[in-house]
Write a protein that binds this ligand. Structure first.
Ligand code: GLN
Length: 485
C-alpha cells in the first residue's frame, strides 16, 4: 500500500479492500518508526488523524465520498489547520494553535475528506533551500541521510520520499516545491500564481507564494491539484476562473509538442551528472515525438539578485505582525513596550529570517527604494517578458530543476549566497508567476535529479500531461530510497 498512487488508493477504499482507518494507521505507524531519524514531521496527532479517518470511512460507507476521501496526506506546517499547532518552522509560532483552516486545508480535509497525518518540517517561514533554518532541526534526505532534502518544503519531500505519506502539500516562493521534489525524486508542481488560494497560508513574499502538490507522480499531482485549486474570495490575488480538470491532458500524445531549451539553463554552472540526466530526458522526449526549439531567457541571470530584493522586502512587511502582542512567542522578560517588541523578535526569529528582515527593511527605506526595490521590480518585468517571448516559439520550457543533487547537511549553511544559488533555475518562474514542475529524470552518483518543466500561464494541464507521458515511458519516479521498508 505504501507505493500506491492516489487512483489505486481511491479504488481500494471504494472497494472496501482497506478502510481509511487502516490505511491511515499504516502510515502513522511508519511515521512513528521512521520519523525520529528523518525529522520530516514536526507535529503528529494520531488521535486527531484517526478521527478524520473514521469520518472518511463513514462517508465511504454512506456513498458520499469523493475521489480522495480517506486518503492520507502530509501538510506543510505553513498551512493553518484548525486545532493543529502551526509553526511555520519558527520558534515565533512554536506554540501557535491555528484557530481556523487555510483554504487549502479546508478543501483537502473538510471538502475532499483527505486525512491529515500531521504537519511537516520546513525552513523557518519558508526561507531556505535545505530545511536547515527550521527551529525544529534539519530534515534528512531519505536517499542519503547525511544530505539535505532541499527546502523549504523539505519535510513534505522527505515524508513522501520515505513513504510516510502518499502525497503532501508544499509551497513555492522561489523553488520550495520543485527543488525539494527534485532532490528527493518526487514530482512537484507550482501552479500559476493565483490558482491556489493563499488564505491561511502563512505569508512569506505574498506576490510570489503559491501552494501546490508534491507526489509520487504527475497523475497524483493532477488529482491533488484538482482538489486544491479554485477561486477564493478570501484571497484578493486568487483568480476567478472556471474550474478545470487538471488531469484532462494526461493521456495526450506528445507528437508535435515544442520543447524550448533556454540556452542560459544549459550553460556552465550546472553539475555534469545533473546535466547528463537532463539531456537524456530530453532525448527521451524526442523519442516520444517532441521537437526541440532553442530559446533564450536573456535576463534569467538577474533572477536571483532581483528575488533577494523583492522577497525580503515583502517578508519584512509580512513578518512585522510577529510582535508578541496577539499571538506567537513573547519574550518572558522585558522593560517597556519597545523592549518587549525587540526582545520578542530577537529571541523568536532565527538568523536567516533576521537577515531577510534587515535586507527587506533596507531596500524599502527612503533613499534606497529607487536604487534597489524599484530596479528589482523592473527586472522582474524583463524576466516575465523573456518568457512571453520564449513561449511564442515553444509550448513547454525544460531544463534542470537544480544545479546540483542533494548537498551535504551543513555544506552551504555558512554561506548564504551559495545557498541562494540553489534556486538559480527556479526563481524566474515565481517572478513571472508561471507554473513549473519538477519530474524525476535519473540519478547522478546515486542521488536523484529533477527535470524542470515550465509552462505558460494556466497551462498546468498540459504540463502535467507532458510529465505523465514521460512517466509512462520511464520508471525513474518509481525508484525508492533504500532502507525505508
Ligand atoms: N530558497 C528560496 C528562499 O530561500 C525559496 C524558498 C521558497 O520557495 N519558499 O527564499
Amino acid at each position: 500500500m505504501i507505493n500506491t498512487g492516489l487512483k489505486e488508493l481511491s479504488q481500494a477504499l471504494a472497494a472496501k479492500k482497506i478502510s481509511s482507518v487502516e490505511l491511515s494507521s499504516l502510515f502513522l505507524d511508519r511515521i512513528e518508526r521512521l520519523n525520529p531519524d528523518l525529522n520530516a514531521f514536526v507535529t503528529v496527532d494520531r488521535e486527531k488523524s484517526l478521527k478524520s479517518a473514521a469520518d472518511a470511512d463513514a462517508r465511504l460507507a454512506a456513498g458520499t465520498a469523493g475521489a480522495l476521501t480517506g486518503i492520507p496526506i502530509a501538510q506543510k506546517d505553513i498551512f493553518c489547520a484548525e486545532g493543529w499547532t502551526t509553526t511555520c518552522g519558527s520558534k515565533m509560532l512554536a506554540n501557535f494553535v491555528a484557530p481556523y483552516d487555510a483554504t487549502v486545508i479546508e478543501k483537502l480535509h473538510a471538502q475532499a475528506g483527505m486525512v491529515s497525518l500531521g504537519k511537516t518540517n520546513m525552513d523557518e517561514f519558508a526561507m531556505g533551500s535545505s530545511n536547515e533554518t527550521s527551529y525544529f532541526g534539519p530534515v534528512k534526505n531519505p536517499w542519503d541521510r547525511t544530505r539535505v532534502p532541499g527546502g523549504s518544503s523539505g519535510g513534505s519531500a522527505a515524508a513522501v520520499a520515505a513513504r510516510l505519506a502518499p502525497v503532501a502539500t508544499g509551497t513555492d516562493t522561489g523553488g520550495s516545491i520543485r527543488q525539494p521534489a527534485g532532490l528527493c525524486n518526487l514530482t512537484g508542481l507550482k501552479p500559476t500564481y493565483g490558482v491556489v488560494s493563499r488564505y491561511g497560508m502563512i505569508a512569506y513574499a505574498s506576490s510570489l507564494d503559491q501552494g501546490g502538490p508534491m507526489a509520487q507522480s504527475a497523475e497524483d499531482c493532477a488529482l491533488l491539484l484538482n482538489a486544491m485549486a479554485g477561486f477564493d474570495p478570501r484571497d484578493s490575488t486568487s483568480l476567478e476562473r472556471p474550474a478545470e480538470d487538471y488531469a484532462r491532458d494526461l493521456d495526450k500524445p506528445l507528437a508535435g509538442l515544442r520543447i524550448g531549451l533556454p540556452k542560459e539553463f544549459f550553460a556552465a554552472g550546472c553539475d555534469a551528472g545533473v546535466m547528463a540526466a537532463v539531456q537524456a530526458a530530453i532525448k527521451e522526449y524526442e523519442k516520444l515525438g517532441a521537437a526541440i526549439v532553442d530559446v533564450s531567457l536573456p535576463n534569467s541571470h538577474l533572477s536571483v539578485p532581483a528575488y533577494y530584493v523583492i522577497a525580503p522586502a515583502e517578508a519584512s512587511s509580512n513578518l512585522s505582525r510577529y510582535d508578541g502582542v496577539r499571538f506567537g512567542y513573547r519574550a518572558p522578560e522585558y522593560g517597556n513596550l519597545d523592549d518587549m517588541y525587540m526582545k520578542t523578535r530577537a529571541q523568536g526569529f532565527g538568523a536567516e529570517v533576521k537577515r531577510r528582515i534587515l535586507i527587506g527593511a533596507y531596500v524599502l527605506s527612503h533613499g534606497y527604494y529607487d536604487a534597489y526595490y524599484l530596479q528589482a521590480q523592473r527586472i522582474r518585468r524583463l524576466i516575465a517578458n523573456d518568457f512571453v517571448e520564449a513561449f511564442k516559439s515553444c509550448d513547454v520550457i525544460m531544463g534542470p530543476t537544480s544545479p546540483t543533487t542533494a548537498f551535504r547537511l551543513g555544506e552551504k549553511s555558512a554561506d548564504p549566497v551559495q545557498m541562494y544559488l540553489s534556486d538559480i533555475y527556479t526563481i524566474a518562474v515565481n517572478l513571472a508567476g508561471l507554473p513549473g514542475m519538477s519530474v524525476p529524470c535519473g540519478f547522478a552518483d546515486d542521488l536523484p535529479v529533477g527535470l524542470q518543466l515550465i509552462g505558460n500561464y494556466f497551462d498546468e494541464a498540459r504540463l502535467l500531461g507532458v510529465a505523465h507521458r514521460y512517466q509512462m515511458a520511464t520508471d525513474w519516479h518509481r525508484r525508492l530510497p533504500g532502507g525505508i521498508d
